[in-house]
Design a protein around this ligand. Structure first.
Ligand code: OSB
Ligand code: MG
Length: 368
């Protein structure tokens, strides 16, 4: 496959409601959409780096720079034989996994369109839909949180993730657990604790949580290992797992018992699949994380989450949980049973609403 042109679009899209995590509040989500031409086909990718370096060091601006100056020049007008081949051509660039993952996504979308196969088929996914949940940001107070959770449950979500941070943890989870004793519930701290402050989380161990996600710093595999020993509830790692090697090491030292997989965080779908394969072989449950994606990234997440090792519901919610207007023609809706249908068309199976893309566009650059 030869890609002759890649256009980058830096987008800014207003969220339906502000999303607060331990690292900050997002009102407008940013990302970079990649549009690539190969022969008669157009393929798309989404780079999930946001405006601020809160979740990781990457931002939409750093990803723009790395894509334009380093990644795109190394793959454009070369014959790409596979996703692995693409990755080997950009392996000299250290870090910047989200920029790389956006680039790899266009390869998959184009490959599917050229071969007339969906991404799910290309990677060996199964079934027609994926179990999903909703990730709920930090709310005003526990009462408001219970109200927000109940609204999502009325919409049909049957798994809820609550964002926590120091001082906004045990009472919030307790309020939701008391209101909904049978709800599948998990929490995500986005690295907000250290071993000392995480002692305050011990009461959570009695609240029947599916998992506690990323309590400690991203570079703190060893401390997660210490912490897991003190908890019966499985610890899940998100930010800490940056590659298949990290995943192997985390499992070897039992720093976690569950892995959140995001293609953007690990440098692309091929790496995400490698982590899935490793965990499946070891019987470690994984699930698909989210980054408030547009319809493009959401389509990729749904295909990824159809692999057999994704046993827990993904952070892949319906379009209207995020945006009133998305940039894909397709809107994703929640089915009964808290599932979302995987697109069936070639590649990602989505098409672009260019009017909406134009309204969200901050800037654009053509590379050829
Ligand atoms: O830690 O999982 C996270 C959103 C942005 C950055 C990090 C995270 C999240 C979410 C939202 O939890 C998941 C989603 O619904 O896309
Ligand atoms: Mg997380």
């Amino acid at each position: 496959m030869i890609i002759s042109q890649i256009t980058l679009y830096h987008l800014r899209m207003r969220l339906q409601s502000p999303f607060e995590t331990s690292f900050g509040t997002t009102h407008d989500r940013e990302c970079i959409i990649l549009e690539a031409q190969s022969g008669e086909f157009l393929g798309y990718g989404e780079c999930v780096a946001d405006a601020d370096p809160g979740y990781s060091y990457e931002t939409a601006a750093t990803a723009w720079h790395i894509l334009q100056e380093f990644l795109i020049p190394q793959i454009i007008n070369t014959d790409l034989r596979s996703a692995e081949d693409l990755q080997s051509r950009i392996a000299n660039v250290k870090g910047h996994p989200m920029a790389k993952a956006g680039l790899e996504m266009i390869y998959w979308d184009l490959l599917g369109k050229i071969e007339g196969r969906s991404l799910k088929e290309l990677i060996g996914g199964q079934g027609s839909n994926v179990k999903v949940g909703v990730s709920v940001g930090i709310q005003e107070d526990p009462k408001t949180l219970v109200g927000t959770v109940s609204t999502y449950m009325e919409q049909g979500y049957d798994r809820v993730k609550i964002k926590i941070k120091p001082g906004r943890d045990v009472s919030e989870v307790n309020a939701v657990r008391s209101a909904y004793p049978n709800l599948t519930l998990q929490v995500d701290a986005n690295s907000a604790y250290d071993l000392e402050s995480a002692r305050n989380l011990i009461p959570l161990d009695e609240m029947d949580l599916l998992m506690i996600e990323q309590p400690l710093a991203e570079d703190d595999l060893w401390d997660h290992c210490q912490l897991q020993r003190d908890f019966t509830t499985p610890i899940c790692l998100d930010e800490s797992i940056l590659s298949a090697r990290h995943a192997r090491q985390a499992l070897e030292m039992e720093a976690c018992r569950v892995v959140n997989i995001k293609a953007g965080r690990v440098g692309g779908l091929s790496q995400a699949i490698a982590i899935h394969d490793l965990c499946l072989a070891q019987g470690v449950p994984v699930w698909c994380g989210g980054m408030l994606e547009t319809g493009i990234g959401r389509a990729a997440n749904l295909a990824l989450a159809s692999l057999p090792g994704f046993v827990y519901p993904g952070d892949i919610s319906a379009t209207d949980r995020y945006y009133s207007e998305d940039i894909t023609e397709q809107r994703f809706v929640l089915n009964p049973g808290s599932t979302i249908t995987i697109p069936e068309g070639p590649g990602l199976g989505v098409s672009i609403n260019y009017r909406a893309l134009d309204r969200a566009k901050v800037k654009e650059a053509i590379n050829n």
